[in-house]
Design a protein. Structure first.
Length: 339
């Protein structure tokens, strides 16, 4: 198992959760994470750190988002023009009898994450008839995966949640045609849904030929996968994979391969949901059948939510979190680490 190191530490009295990492055009690494008093039922804010030496050392954090409620699950995307998008969703845990989800939001940065535009809400059909996310009822929408930029410049942002009157959660994508400045609900397309299964936390990976692959966490204890060959307008039926994955991340590499990291539900390596990874050598084919490698285990049941970046060709950095140390942790790997 690789040797972990500290990327960032939460402020006293807070914990670090849900890290994400991207590489900017000038080679700097930018990592975001949520700081809060606990995993749930707490206020949360989004902090950012950067590295100028390939992830060996890291800056002091600065706060990117700190709203009234819990800002959580930050994800970043670097667009072709260098703009950085930061997406996340917002929860008010104080409402009874259920919490209130206030939707998914996107900020834009043109200075490498130092400053951010005002938040833009992502449109979705997973709202009540009045057009607002309904407090204290099971109608809601949230995000987990980062926005994906398509070869033509359109952006897709994956969501998950529940339609009014429906029991089972579904996964969708919402399209932006103006660089992430607007995300109209009319651009939402279904990724997957199934009776008896909740579809959650979808992520998107754009392959070299332009095909988009969606990997979706489910309550069936394995991730489901579907594909689009027309820029996200239509998708194949979502089918189960052999990955017992939660809180996953899929990174397209310079070689055309895909590094998939996820929280392991199988308990093959430990009793915890530790972080594992696999290198999908031919992502245009099946993502099944690859051997998983244990990357990190904090020894605590609250862990995983990994995110990876290719620091340089053939060198990968995967982030996770350690609640006992209130920190974001990282591990380096190379292709040789994956069978």
């Amino acid at each position: 198992m690789p040797t972990p190191f500290t990327v960032a530490r939460a402020e006293a009295g807070r914990l670090a959760h849900f890290p994400d990492i991207v590489r900017l055009g000038d080679g700097r690494l930018l990592a975001s994470y949520r700081e809060g008093a606990g995993h749930v039922r707490s206020d949360g804010r989004i902090s950012v750190v950067e590295s100028t030496d390939g992830g060996v050392t890291w800056s002091q954090p600065w706060v990117a988002v700190d709203g009234r409620y819990d800002d959580r699950d930050p994800k970043m995307t670097v667009l072709a023009d260098g703009t950085v998008l930061l997406s996340y969703f917002v929860i008010d845990w104080s409402t009874e009898s259920l919490h209130t989800t206030h939707g998914t939001y996107v900020h834009r940065s043109t200075d490498g994450g130092r400053t951010w535009s005002d938040a833009v809400e992502v449109g979705t059909a997973m709202v009540d008839e009045g057009g607002r996310l309904t407090p204290a009822v099971p109608t809601w929408a949230a995000s987990h995966g980062a926005a994906a930029e398509l070869p033509g410049g359109d952006l897709l942002l994956p969501l998950y949640g529940r339609l009014p009157g429906q029991k089972w959660q579904r996964a969708t994508v919402v399209r932006s045609t103006d660089g992430g400045r607007t995300w109209p609900a009319g651009g939402e397309v279904l990724l997957g849904e199934e009776e008896g299964v909740h579809f959650q936390e979808p992520t998107l990976t754009v392959l070299p030929g332009g095909e988009v692959v969606a990997l979706i966490r489910t309550t069936a204890d394995v991730a489901y996968l579907c594909r689009s060959s027309d820029g996200g307008h239509t998708w194949t039926e979502a089918r189960p994979t052999d990955m017992p994955a939660s809180s996953h991340h899929a990174l397209a590499l310079s070689t055309g391969e895909v590094l998939v990291t996820y929280g392991d539900l199988s308990k093959r390596f430990s009793e915890h949901r530790d972080t594992v990874g696999r290198l999908v050598r031919d992502p245009a084919g099946t993502w099944d059948g690859y051997e998983d490698v244990q990357l990190y285990d904090s020894g605590h049941q609250d862990q995983a939510n990994p995110s990876s970046v290719e620091v340089e060709p053939g060198r990968f950095l995967t982030l996770g979190f350690d609640v006992t140390d209130a920190s974001v942790v990282g591990v380096f790997t190379t292709p040789e680490d994956y069978p």
